[in-house]
Unconditional design. Structure first.
Length: 111
C-alpha cells in the first residue's frame, strides 16, 4: 500500500515587528551632514583632495568671476571647501584648523 506524500509546509513568516513608541521630544534625525572648511589656497587644496586622496570635485561656485568654493565628495562623504577671504588678516591663527601633510605617497590630515 502506497502512502500519500504530504505537501511541504510553507515556511513561516517572521512576525512583523511593531515600531517602538516614539519618545517626546524626539531626537534630531539627520540623514546627511555636509561640513564646510576654509582654505588659504583653494586651488591647491582642490588638487590635493583630487590627486592625492582621490576625491571628486563636484559643483564649483564663483564670486565676481573668481573661484570661491567647491563641493568635494568620495563615496558617501561630502564636504565644501571655500577660499578664505582674509578679512581677519592673513597671519591669524585658526583654532581647530586642519593642515594637510604628505608622507611618501599617502596623504593624511593632522589637526
Amino acid at each position: 500500500m502506497a502512502t500519500k506524500k504530504r505537501p511541504k509546509a510553507k515556511p513561516r513568516r517572521a512576525a512583523a515587528q511593531r515600531p517602538r513608541p516614539r519618545r517626546q521630544p524626539e531626537t534630531l534625525r539627520l540623514r546627511r551632514l555636509t561640513p564646510s572648511f576654509t582654505a588659504t589656497d583653494l586651488r591647491r587644496s582642490m588638487t590635493f583632495y583630487r590627486d592625492v586622496l582621490g576625491f571628486v570635485i563636484g559643483d564649483e561656485w564663483r564670486e565676481n568671476g573668481e573661484l570661491a568654493g567647491c563641493e568635494i565628495h568620495a563615496g558617501a562623504v561630502t564636504f565644501m571647501l571655500g577660499q578664505d577671504d582674509f578679512k581677519k588678516g592673513r597671519d591669524r591663527r585658526n583654532q581647530g584648523a586642519w593642515r594637510h601633510a604628505r608622507s611618501g605617497t599617502a596623504g593624511y590630515a593632522v589637526g
